[in-house]
Design a protein around this ligand. Structure first.
Ligand code: MN
Length: 483
């Protein structure tokens, strides 16, 4: 989507902000000891607290707080040493408490910022407004019985981190880059598995439109998106819908909308409530959450290298493009794979073989890097063979294809098929002589100025050597013989 959208009355700017709910990676829930494992039998992971039995008291899970602080530090954000849990009141059939314990006035994490990577190789800073901890609700199941709905409380009380951005994004491309960066950060940190299919990461997208330079327009919130493709489609539809309303003299109503994946349209879910509608108040069962600065510092000192730091290191150390670096660091296992391949080898070759050849083959086979039939050690072995001139880059592609198919080592394939590159000057010279002798007319034309024929001679020599002649030596020998 372009930065500006053309309407009947001129250009419009889309203003976008996100609220992302990330399920905290933790074996137990936010205020109870019940398990959180995905896919367990319905209602098998529910404590009395999660079921909201009268008189039960919530007890904060320190590990979930630590995960939230770790995430806040990863978002370059301010950690609030004192924060408060509040009750957010509403009725849901799958929310037995009748309220969600959340944080409103003072969240555990305050303002921060992250860098997003755009397709043209540029970057943009996006502000983080806050991160707060809250409970998830249970799940209503409407497809188990013809006339009844069931409730599964396994998810009830599970810890969520809600990460709220500032309205800093201006296109669906920026939003997708932002979601991907948040996902990469929480995965690097191990604070959320980032699995959108299983609902561990869900985004609410706030969309409004305005004429460039105008005040912010009225926003609509599109709820519970769990795929970047749908997020993109929803934004594009919603921005156009709002522009049309305003251009036809109407007014956008502030509301919560749902994206219908079958029609690609958004539709009204409910008129948007403001914070006061929830009657937030501090939960009387819980003391303010007070953190020790030393405890926070200790978490900070033990953070892993994060995607942006890794990206800038890759650019600096290996001279790779911003784009290649951002692709490599976007996924932690991919970055680790690359680091193993590049260790002690030519960075340029390592980058090409990982980003172009390997990732191309994985995409085609619809495989994740963790399922790669060629291990990092094996791909490193192939790169070494190219680097020390054992095989040419051309032959390497065939070897790689076979490695990908069979899982065999490069050495084994090269040995068995006799693919070693010919670097023996005498042998190459014999082929060169042969080619020149067989093509006297071409030699004549080349000598009378048709420079372009050089490539023809190179091609013939490579063909006769079955691709095994060292290309640099072929070039050198041809040049001296033709001059
Ligand atoms: Mn929330």
């Amino acid at each position: 989507m372009a930065e500006l959208i053309k309407g009947e009355t001129g250009a419009w700017e889309v203003v976008l902000g996100l609220e992302i709910h990330c399920q905290v990676t933790s074996n137990a829930k936010l205020f109870s000891g019940a398990a959180t494992e995905f896919g367990a039998a319905p209602n098998s992971q529910v404590s009395f607290v999660d079921a909201a039995m009268p008189g039960m008291l919530p007890v904060i899970n320190e590990y979930c707080v630590e995960q939230a602080v770790r995430t806040g530090l990863g978002l370059n954000a301010k950690i609030n040493l004192t924060s408060v849990f509040e009750r957010k009141n509403y009725f849901y059939a799958d929310l037995p408490q009748g309220y969600q314990i959340s944080q409103q006035e003072i969240p555990v994490v305050g303002e921060g910022e992250i860098e997003i990577d755009l397709a043209d190789g540029s970057t943009k800073m996006i502000g983080i407004e806050r991160l707060h901890l809250e409970q998830d609700a249970g799940k209503s199941l409407h497809d188990q019985h013809p006339s009844k709905s069931f409730v599964d409380l396994n998810r009830s009380g599970t810890a969520l981190m809600e990460i709220v951005s500032k309205p800093d994004m201006r296109s669906s491309e920026e939003v997708v880059a932002y979601v991907n960066k948040i996902r990469a950060i929480v995965r690097y940190l191990g604070t959320c598995d980032g699995n959108m299919d299983e609902g561990s990461m869900r985004a609410d997208v706030n969309v409004s439109v305005r004429k460039p330079g105008d005040e912010l327009g009225t926003r609509c919130e599109i709820k519970n998106m769990n795929s970047v493709r749908f997020i993109q489609q929803a934004i594009e539809y919603e921005a156009r819908r709002q522009i049309e309303i305003i251009e036809n003299g109407g007014k956008v109503d502030q509301e919560t909308r749902l994206f219908d994946t079958s029609t690609g349209e958004t539709r009204t879910m409910r008129s948007k409530e403001d914070a006061h509608d929830y009657r937030y108040f501090p939960d009387p069962d819980l003391l303010p959450l007070v953190l020790d600065q030393k405890w926070v510092d200790n978490i900070n000192d033990n953070l892993p290298e994060l995607p942006d730091a890794k990206k800038h290191r890759f650019i600096g150390d290996f001279g790779m493009s911003h784009y290649d670096a951002s692709v490599l660091v976007a996924d932690k296992p991919r970055a680790e794979y690359f680091e193993q391949v590049v260790e002690g080898r030519n960075p340029k070759l390592a980058v090409t073989w990982v980003t172009t050849e390997l990732m191309g083959a994985l995409n085609k086979a619809d495989k994740d890097i963790s399922e790669s039939p060629v291990s990092a050690k094996q791909l490193g072995g192939l790169v070494s063979l190219i680097e020390d001139d054992t095989i040419s880059g051309r032959i390497a592609k065939d070897v790689f294809a076979e490695m990908f198919e069979t899982g065999k080592d490069a050495d084994t394939i090269v040995e068995k098929k006799g693919l070693k590159q010919v670097t023996d000057t005498g042998a190459i010279e014999a082929i060169v002589d042969e080619v020149l002798k067989e093509n006297p007319d071409m030699v004549e034309q080349y000598k009378s100025g048709k420079d372009k024929l050089f490539g023809f001679f190179v091609g013939q020599v490579m063909k006769k050597s079955q691709g095994k002649a060292n290309p640099a030596m072929v070039n050198q020998l041809l040049k001296s013989k033709l001059s």
